[in-house]
Design a binder for this molecule. Structure first.
Ligand SMILES: [Mn+2]
Length: 356
């Protein structure tokens, strides 16, 4: 059965799953799940997922989150998506290979006249590249799944989604609001800022981002679920912009089913807008996905996290997915294995895996 071992440990970097994998599945070695009954409103047929692994960590301070994409792919993510009936493409880290790592060291601090940002140049470069890659896949009618990497990458992935689907709405699943601006951030870590750039808030019209980032998201097309660690300045920004939030308090109060229903009704009342789901694994409780850079206790249970993904899948409106902040260097082996597995299962749930 050596071919099974090879399949599980196959190295990333190839474009499509080999025909031998397909033949093995046809031979019944793995059950192919029936396609879901809903249709994908905004994707071409046959439905295709483009996994975009972005090994990037400079939007925050802890090393290792750049190893997230490879960990998920090595644990079988591509075959798992394939088994749900999707065509799958994967380019490895190739689209980002030529971005010089050196610039991270060159410019740890990037003080502009308008605020503090760490590693701004390389974050901007990588996000601009990611935006192009995601936009290309979206333009072909594929569903890009961006696997991070830190959550600053969502600046790129969502910008990419918006170039094809300018009316898309965003579900941001996170312990944190990630809506600081260069003016309000206390750490300068840009994984705490991507939403402010997408909205075009005051203080985000700065180099090096202003050359390519255009405000592309309306505050009423954005909704949060899972919040529990929000900075004072972020609370003010959320209030002032009237952004809908379902904190963990709301999840406790109403239940996850009602929260997701209300969230979707807020951003997509008639179910006719494309949905970009940006899932930071730190939205779940540290006991669920603890190998992540900024864990906060009191998070979503395993089922609550998966329910969100399943409910979004059922809308048939999903056009892009981010799975962010899995850091396979944090915690013991068991925690890492569990967190990587959760990253994979959240992805499957968003792509139509059901319990029956
Ligand atoms: Mn985040």
């Amino acid at each position: 059965m050596s071919f099974i071992v090879r399949r599980i440990t196959r190295t990333p970097g190839t474009r499509t799953l080999s025909t031998s994998v397909r033949r093995m599945r046809g031979a019944g070695l793995a059950e192919v799940q029936a396609r879901p009954t809903y249709t994908h409103k905004f994707l071409k047929d046959p439905p295709t997922v483009a996994v975009v692994g972005c090994p990037f960590s400079a939007g925050q301070a802890r090393p290792g989150v750049d190893l997230g994409p490879n960990a998920l792919v090595q644990s079988g993510l591509l075959d798992q998506i394939k088994s749900l009936g999707w065509n799958v493409t994967y380019d490895g880290a190739a689209p980002f290979a030529d971005i010089p790592r050196a610039s991270v060291q060159e410019a740890r601090e990037h003080e502009t006249g308008e605020g503090k940002m760490r590693n701004a140049r390389v974050v901007s470069e990588v996000c601009e590249r990611l935006a192009k890659v995601v936009a290309e896949h979206a333009a072909r009618g594929e569903l890009p799944v961006t696997v991070g990497g830190d959550h600053s990458l969502a600046l790129g992935s969502i910008a990419g989604t918006m170039s094809k689907h300018p009316d898309a709405c965003v579900l941001w699943i996170d312990a944190h609001a990630d809506i600081n601006t260069p003016l309000t951030t206390t750490t300068g870590n840009l994984h705490g800022c991507p939403v402010s750039f997408l909205l075009g808030l005051q203080g985000t019209d700065v180099e090096p981002f202003k050359g390519w980032v255009k405000p592309c998201l309306r505050p009423d097309r954005l909704v949060y679920i899972g919040l529990r660690d929000v900075d004072p300045a972020e609370k003010r920004i959320l209030r002032e912009n009237n952004i809908k939030c379902f904190t963990m308090h709301d999840v406790d109060k109403h239940g996850i089913g009602a929260c997701v229903k209300m969230a979707l009704e807020h951003v997509n009342p008639r179910g006719e807008r494309p949905v970009h789901l940006s899932f930071d694994v730190d939205a779940t409780d540290p006991t669920v996905a603890g190998s992540t850079g900024t864990p906060v206790r009191g998070g979503l249970t395993f089922r609550e996290g998966h329910y969100i993904c399943e409910a979004v899948a059922e809308t048939g409106c999903l056009v892009a997915l981010d799975i962010m902040e899995v850091n396979p260097t944090l915690g013991d082996d068991k925690l890492v294995e569990q967190t990587v597995a959760v990253g994979c299962s959240l992805t499957r749930a968003a792509l139509g895996e059901t319990l029956l």
